[in-house]
Design a protein around this ligand. Structure first.
Ligand code: NAD
Length: 374
């Protein structure tokens, strides 16, 4: 078995580490940068605090970013980076802000828009890139350590990942204190995204040993701490454990890539506006049962046993229970999918990531799944 592994992101992990921002900027000799952040932080004052902590090196803010960022968001962000002559950027937010910033930084020194890269018509070029410091504020996507930016082209109605090593951040500051304000519903959805990354990274046909090890650690942590942090949002220890799990699961899925549940999540988000983590979790327990039932080598069985479950059925039951307890939607009717739309949803779920699933799926087998989730 051949495999590659590279993680070029310098990590600064721990409560209060955001206070080291000016040192981290200084060490790299950056002089002039832009803060790319979720709009919520302009309202609650965190953006201003981060600007102060940058030691005057952040000279402008871009915050016009929608959840599931669009190629248009990225193009507008690039415009600000170019106008400001930015040498670097800091991304502050969940996956949406980090992905927007990653893509914008990757093309800052070109004259291009992001659309052709997202459509696969052009390849990113290292000369066009400026460095990014990623500061996640949700424990979910692991985008701070992945070489992926998930973007939506609204004209084409296409949500898809853009993947390239040039999308890696230069550094990431993972400060659990910044996640204390995440509301319970977002905590649940993003936490289930972590579990999806861990399971899918592990069972992907491209699985590999380093990613297996971190995925297992991440999954064990989510099963233990996500219910705790959902019930006690101010439990900093539990927040820290979820940040750790998010980071590890991000590493866990980067190379193996995601599989069936993420493939299904794209149309559930695009068409029915289900938040990303909730959309991934919608089919996660189904794929766990299916992939475990059909496996020949006992890998999934060992994984769930290492997570403390008797077998995959019991682990899938637990995921379902967590979804119900967190108020996540578990049926198509709750999401608003009509019977006559199930075939189209099945067709649109055949995203390339579906090919990484260990059990080969067809439009018919995806439709069969959705019909069992009506
Ligand atoms: P998000 O960034 O869209 O944020 C979700 C909500 O939480 C928003 O309303 C935001 O304002 C709010 N929020 C964020 N931090 C907060 C805080 N500290 N306090 C209060 N509210 C806060 O959600 P997300 O799940 O982090 O990211 C989802 C996006 O990331 C999707 O587009 C998804 O496809 C993408 N994604 C990317 C990768 C990757 O490797 N690049 C991996 C998985 C998912």
């Amino acid at each position: 078995m051949n495999w590659d592994f590279l993680l070029p992101v310098k990590l600064y992990f721990g409560s209060g580490r955001i206070n080291e921002l000016s040192d981290i900027i200084e060490q790299r000799g950056f002089k002039r940068g832009v803060l790319v952040c979720d709009g919520i932080f302009r309202e609650n004052g965190l953006a201003d605090e981060i600007i102060k902590k940058s030691g005057g090196k952040l000279t402008a803010v871009f915050s016009d970013i929608t959840p599931n960022p669009t190629t248009e968001n990225v193009n507008n962000c690039v415009k600000v980076l170019r106008e400001e002559n930015a040498e670097f950027a800091v991304a502050l937010g969940g996956g949406s802000s980090m992905d927007c910033a990653k893509a914008a930084c990757a093309i800052k020194n070109s004259t291009d828009l992001i659309d052709d890269y997202h459509a696969g018509l052009k390849k990113l070029n290292s000369a066009d890139k400026i460095p990014l410091i990623a500061v996640p504020t949700t424990a979910g996507t692991g985008s701070e350590v992945t070489f992926v930016s998930v973007l939506t082209n609204e004209q084409k109605g296409l949500k898809a990942p853009l993947g390239n090593p040039l999308l890696y951040a230069e550094a990431a500051i993972i400060d659990p204190v910044l996640t204390l304000s995440v509301p319970p519903r977002v905590t649940a959805s993003t936490g289930l995204d972590v579990l999806s990354h861990a399971l899918e990274g592990y069972w992907s046909i491209f699985h590999q040993p380093i990613c297996d090890a971190v995925s297992l650690s991440a999954a064990r942590t989510v099963f233990e701490y996500l219910p705790v942090v959902y019930e006690n949002p101010s439990d900093l220890n539990a927040r820290e454990k979820m940040c750790e799990a998010s980071l590890l699961a991000g590493i866990g899925f980067s190379y193996p890539k995601t599989t069936g549940s993420h493939a299904c999540s794209f149309p559930l988000t695009n068409i029915y506006h289900v938040p990303h983590g909730e959309a991934c979790a919608f089919t996660l327990d189904y794929f766990l049962r299916l992939n475990a039932r059909e496996e020949k080598d006992g890998r999934i069985d060992r994984f769930v046993k290492d997570c403390g479950f008797e077998n995959a059925e019991r682990a899938a039951d637990r995921i379902y229970e967590m979804k119900k307890a967190f108020g996540m939607r578990c049926t198509l009717s709750q999401i608003g999918v009509k019977d006559e739309d199930i075939r189209e949803l099945s067709e649109k779920s055949m995203h390339p990531n579906m090919l990484n699933n260990p059990v080969k799926m067809t439009v018919d087998s995806v439709e069969e799944m959705y019909r069992s989730l009506k």
